[in-house]
Write a protein that binds this ligand. Structure first.
Ligand code: BGC
Length: 289
């Protein structure tokens, strides 16, 4: 089985996008027990609330409502500049509405998401080794394995720590999103002269040429609903010598309220499925976990 698909299996049961009150609303999701997440399990009177945030209507990045007769999306296809293809499978359409490929979430509508069906993001996992004042790599005293650090941001919406990813804009290549999001969120307010900024941009363009795909697929994101969900492509960019991006003191910008190099371990509590992606990077480098 492809490594990138393993997470889809681990995510089969919704954890972060099921039960409780939906983010930034007073709408309670219908409680969905584990055994009824799958659409294959019959639930005849399943009738969850329908909610789309007002903040989504008439936004240039969002779809129109599905009751709008002029809106004729091409499901499971590249639809003009909008990618409606899911990494998971060919998703089903029920009464004109796309169905979450992993199962029930206890809420219909789009919630806070702009697109019906898959909403595509990209996540740059930028890593370096933790080093001491002599520049030697720091090893964990329990596991005797070297400690990796990743560039972490604190999200402004949920305040959780996360990878500095973001939405793939319509028509944008994933490789561009990865670099743009990192630059906007992690390096935006880096104090530098114009000349330094030119050099920095060249160095980042170079650094971002050598990424390795860690994951592509569905994300257990708290914003997901029965009809709209997040998918991502996560790439690792590793600065082994700490002489490229790894030498920067990081500063926050854009959607991020804080940014830092964060020591990686299994005890981190991160946004959506981000800890799973980070774990895969640790396995790749036999780093402390
Ligand atoms: C975030 C990504 C995340 C994706 C799915 C996006 O809003 O910026 O980091 O992977 O949502 O949760």
């Amino acid at each position: 089985m492809k490594l990138v698909n393993v997470l889809c299996l681990l995510n089969m049961t919704h954890i972060k996008c099921r039960n409780g009150v939906y983010l930034f609303s007073n709408i309670a999701r219908l409680t969905v027990p584990d055994e009824l997440v799958s659409w294959d399990q019959e639930w005849l009177d399943y009738n969850p609330p329908n909610y789309t945030s007002k903040g989504v209507f008439n936004k240039p990045w969002a779809d129109p409502d599905l009751t709008d007769l002029d809106f004729k999306p091409k499901w499971n296809e590249q639809d003009g500049p909008v990618n409606r293809v899911s990494y998971t499978s060919c998703y089903k359409i029920e009464n004109g509405y796309p169905l979450n490929p992993i199962g029930r979430t206890g809420l219909r509508g789009r919630g806070l998401l702009g697109k019906w069906g898959p909403n595509h993001a990209a996540d740059p996992i930028v890593t370096r080794w933790k080093r001491d004042f002599k520049n030697s790599i720091v090893v964990d005293s329990d596991t005797s394995k070297p400690i990796l650090q990743f560039c972490a941001i604190q999200r402004r919406d949920t305040k959780e720590w996360a990878i500095p990813g973001g939405m793939v804009d319509s028509g944008e290549k994933v490789s561009e999103t990865l670099r743009r999001e990192f630059q906007e969120e992690a390096l935006n307010s880096l104090e530098a002269t114009e000349e330094e900024k030119i050099k920095l941009n060249e160095m980042i363009a170079d650094f971002f040429k050598n990424g390795q795909k860690i994951y592509e697929g569905y994300v257990d994101d708290p914003r997901n609903t029965d009809n709209s969900w997040m998918e991502t492509v996560a790439y690792n960019f590793h600065d082994d010598c700490g002489t490229s991006v790894g030498k920067f003191p990081l500063q926050a910008g854009d959607d991020a309220s804080k940014v830092q190099w964060m020591d990686i371990s299994r005890n981190l509590n991160l946004y959506a499925s981000h800890l799973n992606f980070i774990k895969m990077v640790c396995e790749k480098y036999s780093a402390h976990w």
